[in-house]
Design a protein around this ligand. Structure first.
Ligand SMILES: [Zn+2]
Length: 309
């Protein structure tokens, strides 16, 4: 800043017209700079917090122009086991609605419990989480089954309509459009995976059980619930043995986690590597700009890897 511009800036700060703005900014930062007004709106729209990408995307699709959705999981971050900053917690305390999945992210569960009042929407019941991981934990990855994802969207629309009844028809219409797109996607997956030489999908972490159940595949996961865990002792050898015994030709890595474990199995067995994205978040390596594009690119990867005609 030059001396002259500094002097001009100082004069501006001294003007009475500017001072209330500065005080306003200071007050806001004391509350955590969420940008959300005290009535749970931002820029005239409903301020909604979503815990991670699939919930953010569904809420944006359903809420359309009447909501602003902030995700607690940063783009490119992996949602399992995230930690929240004081600012994130302030965001939860000021939102009109917090869309989350109980049991997936402990820090989010805690923040909703302490700060969310009755404004939390746990999507787990709507997602019918009826599969259990090898660890005994409930499998949270419902969004990879478009039908379960669709049922979650219906519940989000219902809740938005309760909060903002004036836009009930818009939310219902948007939800219908989103659900129709999910039904079309589900149809493409059913057709595209109807006739495959191989039904075993070897994935990096166990995100694809609901997907596999819906589309008649069998998931063999090298890792457990979170892609960042170290594989359990013996897991790599067990999966490698399975790959060789069952004629698996492709091992799938992910975009948000290191491909090292899939690579190890591929090297051990001579299988090739491909990418299957669990869509837990977007990053620069994502194979599409949103859920639908990535699901379709997953379909392309699977059709090649599983020998589908
Ligand atoms: Zn996961």
């Amino acid at each position: 800043m030059t001396t002259r511009s500094l002097r001009v800036a100082t004069q501006r700060v001294a003007s009475l017209r500017v001072i209330p703005l500065i005080i306003g900014a200071l007050t806001l930062s004391a509350c955590g700079s969420t940008g959300f007004a005290a009535d749970g709106t931002v820029g005239g729209r409903l301020a909604v917090v979503a815990a991670f990408y699939p919930l953010q995307f569904a809420t944006q699709q359903v809420g359309g122009d009447f909501v602003t959705v902030t995700s607690l999981t940063r783009p490119g971050a992996e949602p399992h086991d995230i930690e929240l900053t004081p600012r994130d917690v302030a965001t939860v305390s000021r939102a009109s609605l917090v869309v989350y999945e109980k049991g997936l992210q402990g820090a989010v569960d805690t923040a909703v419990e302490s700060e969310g009042g009755n404004r939390g929407l746990d999507v787990a019941p709507a997602a019918h989480l009826d599969l259990t991981l090898a660890s005994g934990t409930t499998d949270p990855h419902f969004w990879l089954d478009p039908q379960r994802y669709s049922e979650v969207a219906t519940v989000i629309a219902g809740r938005l309509a309760q909060i903002d009844p004036a836009h009930r028809a818009d939310f219902e219409k948007n939800a219908k459009v989103f659900e129709d797109k999910l039904a079309a996607l589900s149809g493409e997956l059913t057709t595209g995976l109807a006739s495959c030489q191989r039904r075993d999908i070897v994935t990096s972490h166990s995100a694809f059980a609901y997907f596999a159940k819906r589309f008649g595949m069998r998931q063999i996961a090298i890792n457990g619930i979170s892609p960042d865990q170290e594989p359990k002792a013996g897991a790599l050898a067990t999966v490698s043995t399975y790959v060789k015994a069952h004629g698996v030709t492709t091992v799938y890595a992910e975009t948000l986690a290191s491909p090292a474990i899939a690579q190890t199995v591929a090297e051990e067995t001579g299988a090739r590597m491909a990418t299957l994205d669990p869509i837990e978040g977007l990053n620069t390596r994502s194979s599409g700009k949103d859920y639908f594009e990535i699901m379709r690119s997953n379909l392309t990867a699977l059709r090649a890897g599983q020998g589908c005609s």
